[in-house]
Design a protein around this ligand. Sequence first.
Ligand SMILES: [Zn+2]
Ligand SMILES: [Zn+2]
Length: 213
Amino acid sequence: MCLYLYFCVRYDLQKNIDVFHLKKATCRIWRPQRAKHCRYCDACVRKFDHHCPWVGTCVGERNYRYFAGFVISISLYAAYIGGTCLYWLYHKCNSLANDKNTKWTEQISKSIKQNPCALAISIYAAVVFLCVSSLALYHIHLIIINQTTNENVKNTYTSTVNPYDHGCTNNFKQVFCYPTPPRFVLFHLLVLMFSLVHREIHKHQTTRLILKI
Ligand SMILES: [Zn+2]
Ligand SMILES: [Zn+2]
């Protein structure tokens, strides 16, 4: 934890962001601006956006671009799938209408009977699109104004100016084009440490077994 805080502080000092605050209610630690404590993960997250129950983790500084990209791409994909299925039904209606010299609207029910899967998939895609596209538009709006969901919901910048808002283009660049900030939790060192300890314990147990034999 001390190592984590050290790197947090050093990183923000390098970026000339020298404002820290003490959160007394949860961690009682000094932490960078925009970092918040997630009660589900029980950890402080840099540029905390929200805890996503669907993804099963926090959305913050290092994974926000992937989350936003995921939501936007799912919306586009659902629109594409739904649109393709509807176009396929329209195409079938047209071909049936040409065969019988009628209007394509008169062949809708027959076309659906012949291709029920196309209708089912288009309805499913429409439901997904309606659910996810609103979220995608909301996050596009948040990226444009450079706010996190947490800040937006809590109306953090209603009385003050948002110091992180550098214009639409720069805000988009910040999310999607800048390199991912470094990780401060050194998982690989922890894994190495635990594997060494485990190996030592295993060696000790093996030695004891050999002595017993
Ligand atoms: Zn915390
Ligand atoms: Zn969380």
